[in-house]
Write a protein that binds this ligand. Structure first.
Ligand code: HEC
Length: 148
């Protein structure tokens, strides 16, 4: 109890100067168990590194896919929070691969995409990555396809 109170105080003390603190905490609770604190995932176990996900939004199907992965689409988070968390994850881990002029996800967009959940994420992901490589948006040198 005292520890929880101390954690709350630390969050409050961090205050507006760190507007992202709430999102960082949500990431820790909802996402880091699989994708890791540093967002590197466990590619060998089929859990993607989040550092290249930014490049996917260059393609409409890639943009849709990111909001439809189970971590987002099946979470208990409301649409607005899910959208903010997705934007946060992209900015935190893959700002470098986001296309210029990236328009952040909105609650309405995530709501629509979630309602139409992706089936077979793995196949869709492989198609998106192949298209990104074909159009030179993703280097060939690294293996982004999960080896499972
Ligand atoms: C139970 C493990 C698990 C949790 C928890 C999880 N993810 Fe994922 N995530 C995956 C897997 C596995 C994939 C690959 C697609 C698939 O197979 O569903 C993925 C794919 C993604 C992708 C697309 C990256 C790519 O290269 O395909 C993003 C972005 C993402 N997750 C974000 C999140 C966020 C944000 C959260 C927290 C709200 C989250 N995930 C929670 C396992 C997880």
């Amino acid at each position: 109890m005292r520890q929880a109170a101390a954690a709350m105080l630390a969050l409050i003390a961090a205050g507006p100067a760190r507007a992202d603190a709430g999102l960082a905490t949500l990431y820790t609770w909802h996402c880091s168990g699989c994708h890791g604190a540093g967002g590197h995932g466990v590619p060998a176990a089929g859990i993607p590194d989040l550092h290249d996900a930014g490049s996917y939004v260059a393609l409409p199907e890639g943009r849709a896919y990111l909001a439809q992965v189970p971590g987002i689409s099946q979470s208990q988070l409301d649409d607005a929070t899910a959208a903010r968390l997705l934007n946060y994850v992209l900015a935190r881990f893959s700002a470098g691969s986001l296309p210029a002029g990236f328009a952040p996800y909105t609650a309405a967009e995530v709501g629509l995409l979630r309602a139409n959940r992706a089936s077979d994420a793995e196949t869709r992901r492989a198609a998106i990555l192949a298209a990104l490589k074909r159009t030179g948006r993703l280097g060939d040198s690294r293996d982004y396809i999960n080896p499972r």
